[in-house]
Design a protein around this ligand. Structure first.
Ligand SMILES: *Cc1c(COP(=O)(O)O)cnc(C)c1O
Length: 376
């Protein structure tokens, strides 16, 4: 059997161990330490943002952002339906209610028209939404300017989930830096990884200081352990932050490699009827193309569906995956309010994520091409 080609696997730069060795030499084997501070500073410089808190996961970052905005039991939070469940779960940790917003077809992210409709409708029922979480899925920037304009008009704070979008930009500005707070993830399959980790980013130092306080068990300023708030153990460890520093050194190269994968697929699909590849709607959008994603219309392809292709890849030991199943269709969330157009449902029905790692080799790409040529 040929070696497995993964959808997106960790890709080390080779410099990670240097930072980990430093931590061992100085015995900083702890949560917090010089690598955490270094990683935070380096992220700030890369993103052009004032403050970063390195945390144990992207999910933890979303949870803290909601707490900082005062989201509590019974509050409603408007959130993209087309996303990974980690975007939504922290809303439920707070005993608040997720209200789902469907996608628009150009970026597959939150539809600004439906967002405004939902805000008006929720206000009419007597409850103004407490926050909005907008996702930049697969690295494609959402229509973020429009969404921020609407949120400002109704004075509702926005959190950007940029877990999949480190290196993506809208109008030259980094995803995650448009709103009050943004979140990043460094899970194993993301564009850079710390094996597991995340960050909360903001231009507001109060949010970030408070997030660090809450993330270290909310310890008051006293020589003994004193607590006036409920805290969490959400900080990043100094060891994994070392991996992050080694990874961030090569982020530009990683974005370049993922964008090259996208071009590779675009070239293959340009003459295949019934297959469309998600692409930047115009030159304001700059995607890291964390994953290259396609839609297959079986009515045009003589019955070849995304499942036909997925199974063909699987038989060659190549991983591909259906697009995210929208949250409003998940058994655990199906009773929640949702503002829908049918867009994300269609995406789930016909969409596939293709192998997109920055470590794909030429021979991997040959094997992928061969499967695609056989099928189409
Ligand atoms: C990965 C991911 C998260 C969660 O990040 P973790 O670090 O795995 O907790 C949140 N949102 C989206 C869209 C993601 O892809």
């Amino acid at each position: 059997m040929n070696k497995k080609i993964w959808l997106s696997s960790p890709h080390m730069s080779g410099n990670e161990l240097k930072y980990i060795h430093q931590a061992f030499d100085e015995n900083w084997v702890a949560p917090l330490g010089p690598n955490v501070n270094g990683f935070e500073n380096e992220l700030q410089n890369y993103l052009h943002i004032n403050h970063v808190a390195a945390l144990s996961s992207g999910t933890a970052a979303i949870h803290l952002a909601l707490i900082l905005l005062g989201v509590e039991q019974g509050d409603e939070v408007l959130v993209s339906s087309f996303t990974f469940s980690a975007t939504v779960n922290p809303i439920v940790y707070q005993k608040a209610i997720p209200v789902f917003i469907d996608s628009e077809k150009d970026t597959w992210n939150m539809d600004p028209g439906l967002l405004e409709k939902a805000i008006n409708d929720r206000i009419k029922t007597g409850k103004k939404p407490k926050a909005i979480i907008v996702v930049h899925l697969y690295g494609m920037p959402a229509q973020i300017e429009k969404i921020i304009d609407i949120a400002n008009k109704y004075e509702i704070p926005v959190i950007e989930d940029a877990a999949e979008a480190l290196g993506s930009k809208y109008n030259g500005k980094a995803c995650g830096t448009f709103s009050l707070m943004g979140i990043l993830s460094f899970n194993g399959n993301k564009i850079i990884t710390t094996s597991g980790g995340g960050a909360l980013i903001s231009n507001n130092d109060e949010y970030i200081n408070k997030s660090r306080f809450l993330a270290t068990q909310a310890r008051d300023n006293a020589p003994h352990y004193q607590h006036s708030h409920i805290g969490y153990n959400y900080r990043m460890s100094n060891i994994v932050a070392g991996i992050g520093r080694g990874q961030l050194e090569v982020i530009d190269e990683r974005v370049k490699q993922r964008r090259a994968n996208h071009l590779f697929y675009k070239e293959i699909f340009k003459n295949i009827k019934g297959v469309t590849i998600l692409d930047e709607p115009d030159n304001k959008f700059y995607s890291n193309f964390w994953l290259t994603t396609i839609l297959i219309d079986p009515k045009v392809t003589n019955g070849i569906s995304r499942e036909t292709l997925r199974l063909a890849f699987e038989s060659e030991n190549i991983e591909s995956r259906p697009l995210w199943k929208p949250m409003h269709l998940q058994p655990v969330f199906e009773k929640h309010p949702a503002y829908l157009s049918g867009c994300s449902e269609k995406l789930f029905e016909n969409g596939l994520c293709l192998p997109s790692g920055s470590n794909l080799t030429n021979s991997d790409k040959e094997r992928i091409s061969k499967v695609l040529n056989n099928i189409f």
